[in-house]
Design a protein around this ligand. Structure first.
Ligand SMILES: [Zn+2]
Length: 137
């Protein structure tokens, strides 16, 4: 096995896993935070954008992505840890506000002014209410 573990980091805390021997054992844990390492979140096939969050179609679904699993397809992914971005939420919010601001009457929306648009205000209001409910959670 020539896969270097030097580029592997804990999916939870980002600690280097360089000292671990590969392949990872099912019960291997992070020396920094004790997180299980044979888990979906450290796996190459893990992806939040696909069904069951696994890009390996044959693998059995693993419900808990943070607990050691028995998946035969587990393959550690380098740089699995990404620092949480505390500004992401506020940035998304301001982008949305800019979006609504642009569609306000008289704004640079590209719609001809004075055009009767009975559907537009209610749709915008509904979307805005949904977003507000979202942010309240
Ligand atoms: Zn850790």
């Amino acid at each position: 096995m020539s896969t270097p573990s030097a580029s592997l980091v804990c999916w939870k805390c980002g600690a280097s896993l360089a000292g671990l021997s590969l392949p990872l054992a099912r019960l291997d844990e992070c020396r920094g935070c004790g997180a299980a390492l044979h888990v979906c979140k450290l796996c190459e096939f893990y992806s939040v954008s696909v069904a069951k969050q696994c890009r390996e179609p044959i693998a059995e679904e693993v419900k808990d992505k943070e607990r050691a699993n028995f998946c035969d397809y587990f393959k550690p992914r380098p740089n699995a840890w990404t620092e949480a971005d505390p500004t992401a939420a506020s940035r998304a919010r301001s982008e949305l506000e800019a979006l609504f601001g642009a569609s306000a009457p008289g704004g640079p929306s590209g719609e001809p002014p004075g055009e009767p648009s009975a559907h537009a205000p209610s749709a915008a209001d509904r979307a805005r209410a949904e977003l507000e409910a979202l942010f309240k959670k």
